[in-house]
Design a protein around this ligand. Structure first.
Ligand SMILES: Cc1ncc(COP(=O)(O)O)c(C=O)c1O
Length: 434
């Protein structure tokens, strides 16, 4: 009996030692390594270009060659099968839009914000604009109050499609159109699986179409069916795509039956950066005749997906290091910073940067990392780095925005970097919020 108890104890000890050793092994395997490599040649050149341009504040940099590369990829992939509509919220700068319009030959824009509409209609009077979300009637009314078209100015009755998602909104627009004696084109939002609102049954859709037909002020201009769920919902993207397009086709067929005419020639919009490549070679097999994309041209980190693998990151936040400290110290917890660095040597030193707390991820120097315990700051954020990383106060660190749409608006004019010349060649103002 005593003999077997001793044996059991010994077995337990061996087992525990095994678990501990295994744990240490796994911990050793998980433990981050110090990255001392410092800025690559690309970021060193960008750092110098920003110094030469005397930009001493946080700035959003657009890499001109990479932007061009992304435009060429998009053009090649869309080919002549579809129209291309530029998503303005994701590229919110007039010179940036003009650049993309010139390079793609597209005048089609998708907007999501009334103050942007007012600016774009003024600056790009030949734009063809479709709204990507339904605007409150008050916002539409505000646009008409502000908009004055010269002889060759933007003509909303021909060049603008408001997006309508419901019967009450349709009635609201009809009332506004009548009040202002202003003809309006309306595009109907359809739900093809994203479940973000819009028309989702044929009966309501039929009623809305008949309402538009009876109206003296409204014209039906097409459908907008967005399908960002293809890359997010469970299931193969190609299967989800086929289901979404089959549903799109049903709305088109139902509308053609209601109206007694073909929808060919109307705006039948779908797609976004994450999905546009899924339609390559499908031009004649799907009802949509145009694809939207914006973010994929600048590639914030949320767009690092297999469907955009041939696009390149083209937007970076650059911000000066204000203070470089040899340690990481957490207030009220002496030694905690060192403990963090013991586990992850990329916490050994601290850079306090100009600004921070953006929707962004540090990218250069590699190993640069936030400190969750110290917490974020929009004024002077703490970033940590390994001991031997070559970096000085006054140098810049670089982050990639996770999205472009609101982050681009936080830095003033975009700084356009020509990597071949190694220079900041232009500053592009961003759209203002109104
Ligand atoms: C209606 C609609 N179309 C297209 C897009 C795609 O924009 P992006 O290409 O910038 O992802 C969006 C993004 O929110 C959208 O809401």
């Amino acid at each position: 009996m005593a003999h077997s108890e001793a044996f059991q104890k010994q077995r337990r000890r061996i087992l525990l030692a095994g678990v501990a050793a295994g744990g240490l092994g796994i911990a050793g395997w998980l433990k981050p390594e110090a990255d001392h490599s410092g800025h690559s040649g690309y970021f060193q050149n960008l750092n110098v270009a920003l110094k030469d341009a005397e930009i001493g504040t946080p700035v959003m940099v657009i890499d001109r060659q990479r932007l061009d590369h992304n435009i060429q990829v998009l053009k090649r992939r869309i080919g002549s099968e579809f129209g291309y509509r530029i998503v303005v919220k994701s590229l919110p700068s007039l010179p940036l839009l003009q650049q993309v319009m010139a390079a793609t030959g597209s005048r089609k824009l998708m907007l999501f914000h009334q103050p942007f509409l007012t600016q774009v209609a003024h600056a790009i009077p030949d734009a063809d604009i479709l709204f990507g979300k339904p605007m409150p009637v008050a916002a539409a009314a505000r646009f008409y109050r502000d908009h004055t078209a010269g002889p060759r100015g933007f003509r909303p009755e021909h060049q603008l499609q408001w997006l309508i998602d419901s019967e009450p909104r349709l009635a609201g627009y009809e009332q506004l159109a009548e009040q202002r004696q202003q003809p309006m084109r309306v595009n109907l939002e359809i739900d093809i699986g994203l479940h973000r609102g819009g028309f989702s049954d044929f009966e309501t859709l039929g009623r809305a179409l008949r309402y538009i037909e009876r109206s003296s002020w409204l014209t039906f201009s097409g459908f907008m069916g967005y399908e960002a769920h293809l890359m997010k919902a469970p299931g193969p993207a190609s299967w989800l795509r086929d289901r979404a397009m089959a549903r799109y086709q049903q709305y088109v067929t139902a509308a053609e039956q209601t109206l007694g005419r073909s929808l060919a020639g109307l705006t039948l919009n779908t797609g976004g950066s994450t999905t546009y490549q899924l339609y390559q070679g499908m031009g004649t097999r799907i009802p949509a005749n145009e694809l939207s994309a914006g973010s994929g041209l600048v590639m914030p980190t949320d767009f690092d997906l297999r469907t955009l693998a041939d696009h390149q990151p083209a937007a970076f936040i650059a911000t000066p290091v204000l203070k470089l400290l040899d340690q990481t110290r957490i207030p009220g917890a002496p030694g905690l910073g060192q403990l963090q660095a013991l586990w992850n040597p990329n916490h050994a030193r601290t850079a306090f940067i100009y600004g921070g707390h953006w929707q962004a991820r540090p990218v250069s120097p590699p190993g640069l990392t936030g400190n969750a315990i110290y917490g974020p700051s929009s004024n002077q954020a703490m970033l940590n780095l390994a001991r031997k990383v070559p970096l000085s106060a006054g140098d810049r660190v670089f982050l990639r925005p996770t999205q472009s749409e609101s982050v681009f608006l936080q830095f003033g004019d975009l700084a356009v970097f020509d990597a071949t010349l190694g220079q900041i060649t232009e500053r592009w103002p961003v759209l203002h919020e109104g």
